[in-house]
Design a protein around this ligand. Structure first.
Ligand SMILES: [Zn+2]
Length: 230
């Protein structure tokens, strides 16, 4: 099953979503091709980010179809029918579009990306294309929840610096809310609260449905977040 956002479907962003465990590990070409076939997405109009836990975002066009863009963790396009994809296991997959449906984006936001500025860089890229944060609609996909994401040391410090309030303590241990941190940064930069929706499931709790790096380590597959303009 593909997890989708009702708010995106309601305005005609049909081609978007987050794959699940049943769909397989999205690093595998075979599993990915099966999903693309099922969704009717031609391989030639599908583009992925390499993902290096950085904060770079690339603006891509149909010429980038069937490639993997090196060194970036986010993709943005104004090209129609070009599907942007990122892969995650615990990190937050972030999908964006603007209210006039002229541009879409996909960002990979783990703690490194979040504290390194991937959300800000993504919003900046939208701005350079002429779209203000206030015009954006954002969907956050399945990610590790505060129930399971224990953090310590530098990770806890950096996250707390970037998003005060994203940590809670239980029995002397700190737990981070990655989706909450992304939401905080979006709000801080003028994305309206009502424009942010999410699939609120925890990748670590839902091992029947999703992959979790924290729970499965090297054995963890990846789900895929994807979006295309109609
Ligand atoms: Zn959990």
């Amino acid at each position: 099953m593909i997890h989708q956002l009702q708010s995106f479907l309601a305005v005609g962003i049909q081609c978007h979503g987050f794959t699940d465990r049943m769909s397989g590990d999205m690093r595998s070409l075979e599993a990915r091709s099966a999903v693309l076939d099922q969704l009717g997405i031609p391989a030639g109009s599908f583009v992925q980010a390499e993902q290096v836990h950085g904060a770079s975002v690339a603006v891509v066009s149909s010429a980038d179809g069937s490639t993997t863009v090196k060194g970036v963790d986010g993709l943005i396009t104004t090209s129609r029918n070009l599907t942007l994809a990122i892969r995650v296991a615990d990190c937050v997959p972030v999908l964006l579009y603007d209210a006039s449906k002229s541009v879409v984006g996909a960002l990979h936001a783990g703690w490194r990306g979040i504290t390194g500025g991937i959300i800000e860089r993504g919003l900046e890229a939208f701005r350079t294309l002429g779209f203000a944060s206030g015009q954006l609609r954002v969907g956050l996909g399945p990610a590790i929840g505060q129930c399971c994401y224990e953090v310590g040391g530098e990770v806890a410090e950096l996250l707390a610096l970037r998003s005060p309030g994203c940590l809670t303590s239980r029995s002397g241990r700190d737990f981070a809310d990655l989706r909450g941190a992304v939401r905080y940064i979006l709000l801080e930069h003028g994305v309206p609260f009502s424009s942010i929706s999410s699939v609120d499931v925890c990748t670590s709790c839902r091992q029947d449905d999703l992959y979790s790096w924290r729970r499965e380590h090297e054995k963890a597959g990846r789900i895929m977040g994807f979006i295309a303009l109609p």
